[in-house]
Design a protein around this ligand. Structure first.
Ligand code: FHN
Length: 613
């Protein structure tokens, strides 16, 4: 991001922070941006979309790394998952123990006073991640109980001021140092929902909480330079009432982008929607295919709890965990696998052991190539005998059900391609490849090489018609100050890509109000491959899309952020006429056009393939 745009985004974020939380909110940047950088107030003409998370340099590390370590560690860890009530009954939970076991706040605070994770060893934590092949770490900086794991200045409910821990130590700083040394990215989990802050639950005092939250987040960003912020606790809830809204998320995300435009942020910064943050966050589940319209990351536990629970020995097997990773990578997602350190700060040995086995598999014979930087297979359908991921001109077939001797593994092709080489990683056995029915039969000459999965690496050459990247400049865009496309457009220009997040405050142009406007795009779409493409729109409020005069997407019922999609056969290099009509009624406004095909991973349709006529 250029210095000018960084200055603009910083000022936009600062403006939001100050208007939201009063002048005393957070320390303004020490150096005021020069007059020339003064950002427009967030209003008509503001577009919060900064890049395409599917392809931007900002998210490239995240899309490459694929596998991360989640760490749930906080004052609750002191109880190790169990609380004995005054009446002698025993209540069990981990990070929700205060709430679900109805622990009185004063008692919970007394417990936290004894919290002393003296054995927390950042180097050991980073080594465990490294040995697992996990390339980023996300640690809870503050969970729902509001207890901050760093020396925040916003209150004394934190590991520095309210514990028995060494007051000279800062575990987030220690983790940041160790992670940097190991080349591992560090992110922070931060719960919006706060059970402890007295100002959270009352709308009249919530602005005071928000001021402290913004200030805490600024402390984290400025003090530890995280690569990622993982928000949580965004849902509607009571006790205390949580009224976090899409607009709250919009403003917080803009503020954070102003603090650090390189941040990667999950979708729980808003309301866990396709238009919030950079990626979706399915939890304890794996989507059965790539997610439409947004990057995604599955977060999961190793046993049955996020926080430490001394009685929970229900550990998932390394085989299950590694196969989860392979399924996720083959569908273009990331895997955030959790550890819950005990009250002294130690990762349970069963966790370390399982993670090490995953890392061993990834580090053997280059098997990690099926994960790191790999994504949806595209060219083939997902088989029943394992997972398939793609990285460049290689397909990685991770076989979890090895065939009987002489029996083939079938791959169904979704587009024409040739297999120019096939080998089993870690073995010199042969792999016969034969065209068969709707795809190929792969017949290995030997047995499996690993109980977790054996990887057959295929070097492939797409054989359908393809052309090099185009020289497009974008689509013709007409902006109307009404949602009926009547009268002359207020603005007519070239729009590089259809990738817009006007949200509640913004619009396509300062002359166009934030509500009741329409946008028409026309021109042509030039695909690089002759394939069946999936066109995906993410829109709020209505959208219609024509290709070559045929209406393919027709959603004129005003809606909140929604994905619509349609398939269409396109010819490589041919100009396919496209028309899009979009309207914003009231509230939020979003419009994105993405595409994917067997040979084209999902992305915002790039400028190079869009022409104004
Ligand atoms: O309530 C939290 C839970 O404690 C845990 O942190 C998970 C992990 O993503 N998130 C919330 C439940 O969705």
């Amino acid at each position: 991001m250029s210095g000018l745009s960084r200055g603009l985004s910083l000022l936009l974020g600062l403006f939001l922070a100050l208007t939201l939380t009063g002048p005393s909110a957070t320390a303004a940047p020490s150096v005021a941006a020069p007059e020339a950088d003064r950002a427009a107030e967030p209003g008509p003409g503001t577009d919060y979309a900064s890049d395409d998370p599917f392809t931007s340099a900002r998210t490239s590390w995240w899309r490459q790394d694929r596998f991360g370590m989640f760490i749930h560690f906080g004052a609750y860890s002191q109880l190790e998952g169990e609380y004995t009530r005054a009446d002698g009954t025993v209540c069990r939970d981990a990070e929700w123990i205060k709430r679900n076991c109805q622990i009185p706040t004063s008692e919970y605070e007394d417990m936290a006073q004894g919290f002393n994770p003296s054995s927390f060893d950042a180097k050991a934590v980073v080594k465990a991640a490294k040995d697992a092949g996990q390339r980023y770490i996300v640690i809870t900086s503050k969970h729902h109980d509001g207890y901050a794991m760093w020396p925040t200045k916003q209150n004394t409910w934190n590991l520095r001021d309210h514990s028995s821990f060494d007051k000279k130590r800062d575990i987030l700083a220690e983790l940041k140092t160790a992670a940097d040394r190991a080349g591992i990215k560090l992110g922070f989990y931060y719960s919006i929902w706060d059970w402890h802050d007295p100002d959270f639950g009352d709308p009249a005092t919530f602005p005071k909480y928000r001021e402290r939250m913004y200030a805490q987040l600024k402390e984290l960003v400025d003090g530890y330079d995280p690569a990622l912020l993982w928000f949580d606790g965004e849902w509607d809830a009571d006790n205390p009432t949580n009224t976090w809204s899409p607009k709250d998320g919009e403003q917080l995300e803009a503020y954070l982008r102003g603090l650090d435009p390189d941040l990667v942020i999950n979708n729980r910064v808003g309301k866990r929607r396709v238009v919030d943050g950079d990626y979706g966050t399915p939890e304890q589940e794996i989507p059965d295919a790539q997610v439409d319209g947004q990057l995604w990351e599955s977060c999961m536990t190793l046993n049955g709890h996020w926080g430490f629970a001394k009685y929970d020995g229900n550990w998932k097997s390394p085989r299950t965990l590694a196969r989860n990773l392979l399924d996720i990578a083959g569908r273009g997602g990331n895997y955030l696998l959790n550890v819950g350190p005990d009250k002294l700060g130690r990762i349970p040995q069963p966790s370390v052991d399982r993670l090490r086995e995953i890392g061993s598999w990834l580090g053997t014979s280059g098997q990690g190539r099926a994960v790191y930087g790999a994504g949806s297979a595209g060219l083939v359908a997902e088989p029943g005998w394992g997972a398939v991921s793609r990285s460049g001109n290689r397909l990685y077939a991770s076989v979890t059900s090895w065939p009987a001797a002489g029996q083939p593994l079938h791959l169904t092709a979704r587009a024409p391609f040739e297999v120019t080489r096939a080998r089993v990683l870690g073995s010199d056995q042969k792999v016969a490849v034969a065209a068969a029915g709707d795809g190929f039969d792969l017949t290995p000459s030997g047995g499996p090489v690993d109980d977790i999965a054996s990887v057959i690496e295929l070097t492939v050459e797409p054989s359908g018609a393809s052309v090099p990247p185009g020289r497009g400049t974008g689509l013709r865009q007409e902006v109307f100050a009404n949602d009926t496309f009547t009268g002359p457009p207020v603005v007519t220009r070239t729009d590089r890509t259809v990738n817009h997040a006007w949200r509640t405050a913004g619009s396509p142009d300062a002359r166009v109000p934030a509500d009741r406007f329409g946008v028409r795009w026309t021109g042509s779409l030039v695909p690089r491959h002759s394939q069946t493409y999936t066109l995906t729109t993410v829109s709020d409020d209505t959208v219609r899309v024509w290709i070559d005069g045929k209406l393919l997407i027709d959603n004129t019922t005003p809606h909140t952020a929604k994905v619509d999609k349609a398939t269409v056969d396109l010819r490589a290099g041919q100009r396919h006429a496209i028309k899009i009509e979009y309207t914003e009624q009231t509230g939020e406004a979003h419009m994105k056009l993405l595409w994917s095909s067997p040979g084209q991973p999902q992305q915002i349709v790039p400028r190079t393939q869009l022409y104004t006529s």
